[in-house]
Ligand binder design. Structure first.
Ligand SMILES: Cc1ncc(C[n+]2csc(CCOP(=O)(O)OP(=O)(O)O)c2C)c(N)n1
Ligand code: SF4
Ligand SMILES: [Mg+2]
Length: 766
C-alpha cells in the first residue's frame, strides 16, 4: 500500500518509526550527526554553518553523543584536524561556508587524493569580497574540482537524509571518498520546515554499519605510508583512480538511495524532475530556488504553459545522463547559476549541462544561462516567472537572443539615498596637535611619554564617527578611541573581520573618518605589511610628496589572533613598522559568541555550553602578548580603557616604536555585555575586576624588558578571581560547589602566570 506523509514523502512499506518535527536545515544536520555519533568533529565557526557545531556542543554538554568536538584555529586547521582524524579510521564531520571553504580548500584534494572519507556540510554562502554573509553558490563552485562527492539538499528534510546517506556512499569500498552535503545558507539552514526523522538513533547506525577504513594509521602491526610523494608517471594514475572512484559513486548512488528509501520512504533520484513528463520548457536550478520554481511551474501550468523544473540531487558525480533524459524533449531550458565564472559563458551548472546535452545527438534544446540571486538576493515567484518567460520565448521563436546574462542586477544610482559625509575628513591641523610628548631617554634606552590632562586630550577629534551599530555598553569603541588619543597625526586603519568591522561599515555607510581597509581576519597583518611597505616605497620614489608620517594600525578581535596568528607572527618576524591592536572580548562575538582561544577555562560560550556533562570551555586561555613578545618585536603592551592615562601613554610609545623601530602589538580587554551576559552599565567594573584579580595584568615589554604598569597587589586592590567571575552570567556556574575543582584549576593558572610576570618585572633578564 502507498500512502503520503505530511511532508510529501511516499510511504511504501513497514518501516522504522519516524518523528514529525518542525526544524531547520542546520538542526537536521546536527541531529543526523548526533544519530550517527561521529568520532570526531573538527570545525571553525562561520555563518551560516556555525549552528551545526553549536547544536552539537549543546547536545554534548548534556551527554547526548560522544563526538569529540575540536574547535580549530581556523578552517585550514579544521580541515587538517579532520584529515588526521579520518586517517585514524573513524567517522569525521566538519561544517563550513564561504571563505571558510576557500581557506581549507588546499586540504580537500589531499583528503580525496588519499581516499579518506568524511562528511562536510557546506552551508552555502557568498564568498568575500565584499563580505556578504548570505547565500549563493560561489563557495560551492570552488569545490567542484576537489575530487569530493557533492550531494545537494533543497530542504531541511533532504539535509537530514543526505547527511545519513553521505557516509554510506563515501565509505563504499569502490568509492572511499569524502563527501560534501551542500545546502543554501539561511534559506535552508535557518528556515523551519516540517520534517521527519528516525526516532531511534540505532536505525541510522544500523543503516551505516561500522566505519570502513581499510588502511589507517592506528595499526602498528600493519604500518602504512600515507601520502608518499608521487611524481610522474604515477600521479596521472592516481587521478585516474580518483575519477574511477567518482564514477563508482555514480554507479552506486542509485542503490544507496534505494536502500535508504526502503527505510525512510524518501527516494532521491540523481536528478529531480518536476512536471517534466510533457514539459517543453524547463528551469534548471540548484537547491532552494528550485522549490520556488516548482510553485511557479504549477501556476504557469494552470495557464496551460508546458513548463517544468529540473534540479540535481547530486553535483559530483555529475549526473549527465539524468540531465540528458530530463531535457531530451525540451525546446527551451534556462539554466540558472547562483554564482558566475565571469565571462566563462555561463556559471558552472550551465556549462556542464550544456556539455552533457551536446553528447546527445538527438537533443535540440535551446539553452540560456542567467546568473541570479548572488549574495543571498531573494529568488521570488516573479523572478522564476521572468526566467520561465525567457525560456518560453526562446522555445516559441527558436532563437536565443542573449545566451549568458545576469538576472536581477540593478544599475547604481549616483548620489544614492542622498549620501553625504556627515562629518568632514580630518584635516592636518585636527590630527597634529602635539598633545602628547614622546622622546627616547638616551640614558635608559626607554621611551618617555608625557600625557596632558584628560580634558586637554579630548581636543583630539575622534577617528570614528558616532552612529555605528555596536550594542549598548560595548567596550570596543571607547577603548579604541582612548588608544587613538595617544596617536598623533594621520592614521590608516585596517580592521580584521569582527564586531568592530561589522558594526562600522555596512555598505554604503562608514563610520570611519580616516582611511579604512578591511581584510578577512586570517590575513589582515600580512595585508597591512604590504600596504606599509608600498607607502614607504612610493615615498622613496617621490610619488607621495604630500603624504608624510602615516601611522598604520590594525584593529583585530581575539578571534582574529587565532586564525590570523600565522600572518601576525610573520609580520612581527619581518618587523614591519605598524601597530596591531587586539580588542579581546573573550570570544567570537559577531558570529554569535563562540569560544576563541582567548576565552578562559570554564567560560560558557555557544561552543562551550554548560550542562550535566560539560562545564564551559575545556582548555586555558591563550597568552597572546607573551606569544607576540617571543617574536622579539620592540614593544608589546596590554591596556584597558578605564586606566586611560596608562593606555594613552602606551599608545604614544607604540607609535614611537612603529615610527622608529618596527612592529608593536597591544591587547585591550573590552566588555561585551551581550555575550558576557552582564549588565551594560557594569562593563568597566568587570574589566577592572579582571585586572584587579590579576587575570589581565597591565604591563608592557619594551625591548624584551617587562614592566608591570599597574600592580593591584602593590596598591592593595587585589580581588579574588571569583569576584570577577561572579559579575558575569557566562561564568556564574563556576562558583557552584560542584565546580570547585575547575575554579581552582583556573585560579592556579591565573596565579602562575601572574607570578611569572612579576618575576619578569623584577628581573630584566627574564
Ligand atoms: C575564513 C573565515 N572564517 C570564519 C569567518 C567567520 N567569522 C568572521 S568574524 C569571526 C569571529 C571574530 O571574532 P573576533 O576576532 O574575536 O571579533 P569579535 O567578533 O569578537 O569582535 C568569525 C568566526 C570568516 N569571516 N572567514
Ligand atoms: S556583540 Fe559584544 S562585542 Fe559585539 S558589538 Fe555587541 S557588545 Fe560589542
Ligand atoms: Mg572577540
Amino acid at each position: 500500500m502507498v500512502t503520503t506523509t505530511r511532508t510529501g514523502a511516499r510511504r511504501t512499506a513497514v518501516r522504522p518509526e519516524q518523528v514529525l518535527a518542525f526544524k531547520t536545515g542546520n538542526e537536521m544536520a546536527a541531529l543526523a550527526a548526533k544519530q550517527i555519533n561521529y568520532h570526531v568533529m573538527g570545525y571553525y565557526p562561520i555563518t551560516p554553518s556555525t549552528e551545526i557545531a553549536e547544536f552539537l556542543d549543546e547536545m554534548k554538554a548534556e551527554g547526548l553523543h560522544d563526538i569529540v568536538m575540536i574547535p580549530a584555529d581556523g578552517e585550514h586547521g579544521a580541515a587538517g584536524i579532520c584529515y588526521g582524524a579520518a586517517v585514524g579510521g573513524g567517522r569525521v564531520l566538519n561544517a563550513t561556508s564561504a571563505n571558510g571553504l576557500l581557506y581549507s580548500i588546499e586540504q580537500m584534494p589531499v583528503q580525496s587524493g588519499t581516499r579518506y572519507p568524511m562528511v562536510l556540510n557546506l552551508v552555502t554562502r557568498s564568498i568575500s569580497g565584499p563580505l556578504d554573509i548570505r547565500g549563493d553558490h560561489s563557495d560551492l563552485y570552488f569545490a567542484l574540482n576537489t575530487g569530493w562527492i557533492i550531494l545537494l539538499a533543497r530542504s531541511p528534510q533532504a539535509v537530514y537524509d543526505m547527511n545519513i546517506i553521505a557516509p554510506k556512499i563515501g565509505e563504499h569500498p569502490d568509492v572511499r571518498l569524502p563527501v560534501i552535503v551542500a545546502y543554501d545558507g539561511f534559506f535552508t539552514s535557518h528556515q523551519k520546515r516540517l520534517v521527519e526523522h528516525f526516532k531511534d538513533d540505532e536505525v541510522v547506525r544500523g543503516f551505516l554499519g561500522p566505519p570502513k577504513t581499510p588502511i589507517h594509521a592506528l595499526d602498528p602491526r600493519h604500518p602504512a605510508t600515507i601520502g608518499p610523494y608521487m611524481n610522474d608517471p604515477d600521479l596521472i594514475n592516481n587521478k585516474y583512480q580518483l575519477k574511477m572512484a567518482v564514477d563508482a559513486a555514480l554507479r552506486e548512488l542509485p542503490a544507496v538511495f534505494a536502500e535508504y528509501a526502503e527505510l525512510s520512504s524518501r527516494l532521491y533520484p540523481l536528478v529531480d524532475t518536476y512536471a517534466m513528463e510533457d514539459a517543453e520548457v524547463a528551469l534548471v536550478l540548484l537547491n532552494s530556488a528550485a522549490e520556488t520554481a516548482k510553485d511557479v511551474a504549477d501556476r504557469l501550468r494552470e495557464r496551460g504553459l508546458p513548463v517544468g523544473v529540473v534540479s540535481p540531487n547530486v553535483l559530483r558525480p555529475f549526473p549527465a545522463d539524468g540531465f540528458r533524459k530530463a531535457l531530451r524533449n525540451v525546446k527551451g531550458a534556462l539554466i540558472g547559476d547562483r554564482a558566475d565564472s565571469f565571462s566563462g559563458q555561463g556559471g558552472n551548472l550551465s556549462i556542464e549541462v550544456k556539455a552533457a546535452l551536446k553528447d546527445d545527438p538527438e537533443n535540440r534544446t535551446l539553452c540560456l544561462n542567467r546568473i541570479y540571486g548572488l549574495g543571498g538576493k531573494d529568488f521570488r515567484f516573479d523572478d522564476a516567472e521572468a526566467l520561465f518567460g525567457e525560456a518560453l520565448e526562446a522555445a516559441r521563436t527558436g532563437v536565443v537572443a542573449v545566451s549568458y546574462d545576469y538576472h536581477g542586477a540593478t544599475p547604481g544610482q549616483e548620489a544614492a539615498a542622498g549620501l553625504y559625509p556627515y562629518l568632514p575628513p580630518l584635516q592636518k591641523e585636527d590630527v597634529y596637535q602635539n598633545l602628547v610628548q614622546v622622546e627616547r631617554d638616551e640614558a635608559t634606552g626607554k621611551v618617555k611619554v608625557k600625557v596632558p590632562n584628560p580634558r586637554e586630550l579630548t581636543r583630539r577629534p575622534k577617528r570614528l564617527a558616532p552612529g555605528h551599530g555596536a550594542c549598548p555598553g560595548c567596550g570596543i569603541f571607547s577603548a579604541i578611541e582612548q588608544f587613538m588619543r595617544g596617536i598623533e597625526g594621520d592614521v590608516v586603519v585596517l580592521y580584521q573581520t569582527g564586531c568592530a568591522m561589522v558594526v562600522t561599515t555596512g555598505y554604503p555607510y562608514s563610520a570611519h573618518r580616516v582611511t579604512y581597509v578591511h581584510n578577512l581576519f586570517q590575513n589582515g597583518a600580512a595585508t597591512l605589511s604590504g600596504l606599509v611597505e608600498m607607502y614607504r616605497e612610493r615615498r622613496r620614489r617621490g610619488e607621495l610628496p604630500d603624504v608624510d608620517d602615516l601611522t598604520f594600525v590594525m584593529i583585530t578581535g581575539d578571534g582574529g589572533m587565532d586564525i590570523g596568528m600565522g600572518p601576525a607572527i610573520g609580520t612581527a618576524l619581518r618587523n614591519h613598522p605598524l601597530i596591531i591592536v587586539e580588542y579581546d572580548n573573550e570570544g567570537y562575538m559577531n558570529t554569535g559568541a563562540q569560544l576563541s582561544y582567548s576565552t578562559p577555562l570554564g567560560h560558557a560560550s555557544s561552543t562551550s555550553h554548560v550542562g550535566s556533562h560539560q562545564q564551559g570551555k575545556r582548555f586555558q586561555h591563550k597568552d597572546t602578548p607573551q606569544i607576540m613578545a617571543a617574536t622579539n618585536i620592540p614593544y608589546v603592551f596590554t591596556g584597558i580603557e578605564s586606566l586611560g592615562r596608562d593606555l594613552v601613554e602606551k599608545a604614544a610609545r607604540a607609535q614611537w616604536y612603529a615610527r622608529n623601530e618596527g612592529m608593536v602589538y597591544g591587547k585591550l580587554l573590552v566588555a561585551c555585555p551581550l555575550n558576557w551576559r552582564s549588565e551594560e552599565r557594569l562593563g568597566q567594573r568587570i574589566v577592572q575586576a579582571a585586572v584587579d584579580c590579576c587575570f589581565f595584568p597591565l604591563y608592557e615589554i619594551e625591548h624584551g624588558i617587562t614592566n608591570i604598569t599597574y600592580d593591584p597587589e602593590a596598591r592593595n586592590k587585589r580581588v579574588p578571581v571569583s569576584e570577577w567571575l561572579g559579575m558575569m552570567g557566562k561564568t556564574r556556574h563556576l562558583l557552584r560547589p560542584e565546580n570547585a575543582k575547575l575554579l581552582h584549576e583556573f585560579e592556579e593558572e591565573v596565579e602562575r602566570r601572574w607570578r611569572r610576570l612579576k618575576a619578569r618585572h623584577e628581573h630584566p633578564l627574564l
